[in-house]
Unconditional design. Structure first.
Length: 537
């Protein structure tokens, strides 16, 4: 069961990656269609409302908002694609068909029961006897999705569609029909089944969703009113679940659904703190970002804490091994604050001594969310990669100097705590081993020098061999930093030392016949090559 949950968490990253591009487009585009901002940047001689440059940047901004506006549909397609074992293109098509079909069935049921856009306006509801608050709450249940009047289920509708279609697809994609109907065999038959299945499901959602929607609203209210204790708990869980690969399941509802709260920006209501901040970035009327966003806290350990821990590991390494330690710690640290991928540096100390991770890093991570919220810090992005928008609209960044001070404090605290713990308990962080074999930091060149079988093979072929061969691999997917694999016989999979010393992996997570092989930022490229070698999509 845990393996399936991990695969689901990894598949969620497929549509979420679009939000990275959306942030860039909105950040750049909105900065140059806000004429007040253009004048501050002294570019009003070049960009004027209605001219070619203005239209170009308007296009960039609108393309970014396209992702926000159609995010549920992207989730339906992305999840169906990611969770399908094969014929992923057919599964993705099925996800979109089910998503549109479900909303169409709900819309038809509404019309049949007299629920229309006109009858659900706040004014109409108040005329029917509801109070203003009751009318507003009931009105919030409805929306127009891709031209269809239906319930406003947000990305939950996309998630449900993707999950259901993946179950149908994986069960029936190999269906064989008689010769007369052979054209509809295999994945084509799934599309027919989807049209049948969407009818009862859409009818069920018509009756169930109003109760579910009200329940989600209550959860949202609890999260958004729980204060700093809630922020600390979120930070603890976000980092603490990293070794299991389940941290996305904690952040996801807060960042992209109504659970994280709702806010009206520019006459449109946005759900989830990440979507709200992107909308605020693109609105010329907004003067800053929400401070309770459950993301800014990452800035403290991306820019301060993890570099401090890395410096402590470097300083405590044996003199003869300092250069070797630096060769792995510096790239891992740079990766953390440039692109926000922290797993390389985190797994460096997680696997040599988990207590460094759970007793220092996890609590300090939780505290980072509390501090940035308590000091009302608002900034877009958690790494250099996605902070460019702050340079273009600096007026929306609040308490930047306090943020810098906290980063410095975090650097010092992490350095002191890690240095003390490493020396006090003689923890074998990089460069502190008792032999060259234990402290050796493997590079790609080192890997090819090792006396291992089939060293002339490509990395992807050696990965397949280390998984017990092609016939032992049942499923292979990936997220941004790790391969996620299900095998038939876990005993055929190579040990952790082989993965880290010979196959360039950062670490391995085992759960029966489910494996996560952590490669950091190279995971996507490596996964693509392995899939190509295996002949799978």
């Amino acid at each position: 069961m845990k393996g399936k949950v991990q695969k689901f968490a990894g598949s969620m990253m497929i549509p979420i990656i679009l939000l990275v591009f959306a942030g860039i487009l909105i950040g750049v585009g909105s900065a140059f269609v806000n004429m007040e901002n253009v004048r501050v940047l002294h570019l009003d001689w070049l960009i004027q409302e209605g001219n070619l440059f203005y239209v170009f940047f308007s296009i960039l901004s609108d393309l970014g908002f396209l992702v926000l506006n159609f995010l549920p549909a992207f989730f339906a397609v992305g999840l169906a694609f990611g969770l399908a074992r094969k014929d992923k293109g057919w599964a993705a098509l099925g996800g979109l068909v089910f998503f549109l079909g479900m909303n169409t069935v709900i819309s038809t049921m509404m019309t049949a029961n007299g629920i229309t856009p006109e009858s659900t306006t706040i004014e109409s509801l108040m005329n029917s006897g509801l109070t203003e608050l009751e009318a507003q709450n009931y009105n919030s249940l409805f929306a127009e999705v891709l031209g269809v009047f239906t319930f406003d289920m947000g990305i939950f509708s996309g998630i449900l569609s993707g999950l259901i279609v993946s179950l149908i697809h994986n069960k029936f994609c190999d269906t064989q029909l008689p010769n007369a109907l052979s054209f509809f065999s295999g994945p084509r038959s799934v599309q027919f089944i989807i049209f049948i299945a969407v009818i009862p499901f859409g009818m069920l959602m018509y009756y169930v969703w109003p109760t579910v929607g009200i329940g989600i609203g209550k959860i949202s209210n609890f999260i958004t009113t729980s204060g700093l204790i809630g922020s600390f708990t979120f930070g603890i869980l976000d980092r603490g679940l990293l070794p299991l690969g389940l941290h996305h399941l904690i952040a996801f509802p807060i960042e992209y659904t109504e659970v994280g709260g709702t806010l009206e920006v520019g006459d449109k209501v946005y759900q989830g703190v990440r979507n709200i901040m992107l909308a605020q970035m693109g609105s010329p009327d907004e003067t800053g970002y929400i401070t309770r966003n459950f993301t800014t806290g990452k800035v403290l350990f991306h820019f301060g804490g993890l570099p401090g821990a890395a410096l402590a590991m470097y300083h405590t390494a044996k003199s003869i091994n300092k250069k070797k330690a630096a060769s792995i710690l510096i790239p891992a640290t740079v990766t953390a604050f440039l692109v926000g991928i922290t797993e390389p540096i985190e797994y460096t100390f997680l696997f040599v001594q988990p207590l460094l991770f759970f007793l220092i890093h996890v609590p300090m991570s939780g505290l980072s969310y509390v501090l940035t919220e308590a000091f009302n810090i608002s900034i877009e992005g958690v790494a250099v990669r996605d902070m460019f928008a702050n340079l273009l609209q600096p007026g929306k960044v609040h308490n930047f100097m306090i943020l810098i001070l906290l980063i410095v404090i975090y650097f010092i605290v992490y350095y002191v705590l890690f240095r003390w713990a490493i020396l006090k308990f003689n923890i074998k962080t990089p460069g502190r081993g008792d032999s060259d074999e234990e402290v050796k930091l493997y590079t790609k060149k080192d890997y090819h020098k090792e006396n291992i079988p089939d060293s002339e093979k490509s990395l992807e072929k050696n990965i397949i061999d280390a998984l017990g061969g092609e016939t032992n691999i049942v499923e292979l997917t990936n997220c941004a930093t790790r391969l996620r694999i299900k095998v038939l016989d876990e005993s055929k999979v190579a040990d952790d030392k082989t993965w880290t010393n010979q196959l360039e992996a950062i670490g391995v997570v085992r759960n029966d016949n489910y494996f996560q092989i952590i490669y950091g930022g190279n995971a996507i490229t490596i996964a693509s090559k392995v899939k190509e070698t295996l002949g799978i999509e």
